[in-house]
Design a protein around this ligand. Structure first.
Ligand SMILES: C[S@@+](CC[C@H](N)C(=O)[O-])C[C@H]1O[C@@H](n2cnc3c(N)ncnc32)[C@H](O)[C@@H]1O
Length: 198
């Protein structure tokens, strides 16, 4: 494993010259997400973000990957046993496929697919984000975009450190063709960063 000093990189300025800044991740969708995308979300929760993708971008394919084992702690809409069914029912009118499992085990099974937009919001530790991002990059169609949620060092709700910034910055450092097309500030610092290969 890379030690924490070696893995910390800043984003070079030339990757930021066309970055658009947004105040909220739902405003960002209109600008950063291609129309009618083949869409993959990794870490779906209650489908709140997917709902907005459906509303504004009418995805032609929706692959929703999650462990589907977390109850809805806030509103109690589903239990750990009904999580996947809740998402299937919520998006029953869409062309949706749920993929159940830990992204470290199951994401690779999608490697032959091509997506126009991939949103990463599953594990927030360095190894999980690095794994998900490196695989997502291989599945991205030309001109596609990857959005990474919780681009921050600390979650004030979970009261725990996140390692998303380190993982994303190191990915950008190691992959010279990738640039940042968008950044959303996020309430309470839960930022998103949107990247693509040019
Ligand atoms: C914060 S919620 C996602 C919220 C959703 N993306 C949104 O913005 O509306 C995080 C989800 O990631 C899932 N998750 C966490 N770690 C995961 C992993 N390693 N593999 C698959 N799913 C994971 C959890 O089960 C949870 O449903």
């Amino acid at each position: 494993m890379t030690n924490s000093i070696d893995r910390f990189k800043h984003i070079d300025n030339h990757k930021l010259k066309d970055t658009k800044v947004f105040g909220d991740r739902f405003y960002a969708i209109e600008y950063v997400v291609p129309n009618n995308p083949r869409y993959l979300e990794v870490g779906v929760g209650d489908g709140h973000y997917s709902e907005h993708i459906v509303q504004y971008k009418s995805p032609k394919v929706m692959h929703l990957l999650d462990r589907y084992d977390s109850p809805d702690y806030i509103y109690g809409k589903y239990t750990k046993d009904t999580h996947e069914d809740f998402i299937k029912e919520k998006f029953k009118d869409q062309n949706v496929t749920t993929i159940k499992g830990d992204s470290k085990q199951v994401l690779e099974s999608l490697i032959n697919n091509q997506y126009d937009y991939i949103y990463l919001d599953a594990g927030h530790d360095f190894d999980s984000v690095s794994n998900d991002l490196n695989l997502a990059a291989k599945m991205l169609a030309p001109n596609g975009v990857i959005g990474i949620n919780d681009y921050t060092y600390f979650s004030p709700i979970d009261k725990e450190e996140y390692e998303v910034v380190e993982a994303v910055n190191l990915f950008l450092f190691n992959n010279p063709g990738w640039i940042v097309v968008g950044y959303q500030l996020g309430h309470r610092g839960y930022a998103d960063i949107y990247i693509k290969l040019v």
